[in-house]
Design a protein around this ligand. Structure first.
Ligand SMILES: [Zn+2]
Length: 337
């Protein structure tokens, strides 16, 4: 559930793992459907919520696929992409998020309506510039290449991100680690790295510690999305620490998708206590009906992290953030010190 308890809401926050495609407000989906004549299972917010949100631990994958299908179909034009970006930044500001990184998969998000990638990025940048000014926050942009879209899509996405590296800070390899072998993606991701982009990889979410081990050796990533199953093998935990890799952890998401059996068993605090640089994020705040405040509530009230521990996670996020050094420093000194 989204949380606005002042205890969490009032503290300045960071978020470095958030998918734009999983962050579209339900009312906006309805507005877009009306404007573009799209079919929806319902045009009532509460009723549509049952189709686009996951409220309970997942019993079947179909529900999420239906939700993401609706989200994908809602990205109908560069102007709409700008609107949903702006609304996400607005939702960040409401929770006092001051350092934020947004990620999206252009090939997945834009192929449904065959949109021009550059025009969509321009819309996102306009929303970002406006939000940075209006809310005094720092925003970074990450381009995702989705494993499920294939090797060719990975090459296309990386080349596009390199072309826009003035505005795109990093690439992320996301989606179905279990289903697609990493070999197809190593070359393009390393090319992105060589071109000066930062790299984060979704790994160890629903895969064992060995997947994280292989990911680190193959991609030399700066950060890892999730990585929670590293806890099962101390060799992997040690490797993460040795390389100074930051984990982008999303507790409620991990519970809803069955990556952990119960929320109480989530290894966030254990990893933190072992000295791993963990950060606390929301993943898909609309689909999963969460926000960073809620993730902090879980970390503090269920997993037993102190508010100081949470502040340390903010520092890890700041230190590993892909946002330009000068830009993030200014925000850090103004709001976090
Ligand atoms: Zn993710």
């Amino acid at each position: 559930m989204k949380n606005f308890d002042p205890k969490y809401n009032n503290i300045p926050k960071t978020e470095i793992h958030c998918h734009l495609e999983g962050a579209i407000r339900t009312q906006t989906i309805i507005d877009i459907a009306r404007e573009y004549n799209l079919k929806l299972p319902s045009y009532d917010v509460r009723e549509l919520d049952t189709h686009v949100k996951v409220f309970d631990q997942l019993r079947d994958l179909e529900a999420v696929l239906e939700a993401f299908g609706i989200f994908q179909n809602s990205i109908t034009s560069p102007a709409i992409f700008e609107r949903i970006s702006w609304e996400l930044f607005e939702d960040c500001a409401k929770q006092n998020i001051k350092l934020f990184e947004v990620r999206f998969s252009p090939d997945w998000a834009f192929h449904g309506h065959d949109l021009d990638w550059d025009a969509c990025l321009e819309g996102l940048i306009r929303a970002k510039d406006r939000a940075e000014k209006e809310f005094d926050m720092a925003i970074g942009i990450i381009a995702i290449t989705s494993r499920g879209m294939g090797a060719e899509s990975c090459v296309k996405t990386v080349d596009w991100a390199i072309r826009h590296k003035e505005n795109i800070h990093a690439v992320d390899l996301a989606d179905g680690e279990l289903l697609y072998p990493m070999s197809d993606f190593v070359k393009p991701i390393l090319k992105a790295k060589e071109a000066g982009l930062k790299v984060t990889i979704h790994s160890g979410e629903d895969t064992p510690a060995s997947a994280v081990w292989d990911t680190i050796h193959a991609f030399q990533p700066d950060r890892i999305g999730h990585g929670i199953h590293s806890i099962e093998d101390m060799k992997v935990v040690d490797l993460i620490k040795e390389r100074g890799i930051t984990l982008e952890v999303n507790p409620w998401s991990n519970y809803l998708t069955n990556s952990v059996r119960t929320i109480e068993e989530h290894p966030l605090k254990k990893l933190f206590d072992l000295g791993v640089r963990v950060t606390i994020n929301s993943d898909d705040p609309e689909v999963l009906e969460t926000n960073v405040n809620n993730e902090y509530r879980i970390a503090h009230e269920i997993l037993g992290m102190s508010m100081d521990d949470i502040a340390t996670c903010n520092r890890f996020a700041f230190e590993s953030s892909f946002v330009d050094e000068k830009v993030k420093q200014r925000i850090w000194q103004k709001y976090f010190l």
